[in-house]
Design a protein around this ligand. Structure first.
Ligand code: 5GP
Ligand code: MG
Length: 177
């Protein structure tokens, strides 16, 4: 069962549309919300969600991108990666509902680092999490608020996420390591 397709282009499109509606329902609109995409593929997903939210609500949704490498507990601190405040390019975190967006949720360490980075920039009203795929194996008490698809995986499996903006196609596949 190598390279099983988990989500095709239509499934990804529908999942993002559903998540946009769930974000609006949970937050009773989009007022005070901002999206932060985690580098790299989370950024494209955040941009797509912002576009959908704008289509539905008719208002501009602030969104930015974040590379959490300097905030990871398990990596050498990355020289040359800007502090979170600079990466967010003036987007105000203080008092906002910050919705983190990533492609795959695994141990939760990336999201823990992202929360650390966000808190460095101010005190958000809340932090929420949207992911395209949750493959399980959490090592921290972190759970997503919005999930495209739950994909139980073994330790030998990985999820391949290809997005039009980088990969010229939209697909999520289950692969063997
Ligand atoms: P975590 O920090 O939760 O262990 O891993 C999540 C981060 O690593 C995300 O930014 C995600 O892009 C990447 N990641 C972890 N596992 C996978 C996977 O199976 N497939 C893909 N495409 N990315 C993964
Ligand atoms: Mg990533």
């Amino acid at each position: 069962s190598e390279n099983r397709v988990i989500m095709d282009e239509a499934a990804i499109r529908r999942a993002l549309t559903r998540i946009a509606h769930e974000i609006l329902e949970k937050n009773k609109g989009i007022e005070g919300c901002m999206l932060v995409g985690i580098v790299s593929r989370g950024v494209h997903l955040a941009q797509r969600l912002a576009e959908r939210l704008e289509d539905i609500e008719g208002v501009t949704v602030p969104w930015g991108e974040l590379d959490v490498t300097p905030y990871r507990d398990d990596r050498e601190s990355a020289e040359g990666t800007a502090a979170a405040g600079d990466q967010l390019k003036g987007l105000e975190v203080q008092g906002k509902k910050v919705i983190l967006v990533d492609d795959v949720l695994f141990t939760g360490r990336t999201i823990r680092a992202a929360m650390d980075a966000i808190m460095d920039c101010g005190r958000p009203e809340s932090i929420q999490l949207a992911v395209l795929a949750d493959r399980g194996h959490r090592e921290l008490p972190i759970r997503p608020d919005y999930v495209g698809k739950n994909v139980p995986t073994s330790r030998e499996e990985e999820i391949e996420v290809l997005l039009q903006e980088r990969d010229e196609t939209d697909v999520v596949r289950l692969t063997q390591k």
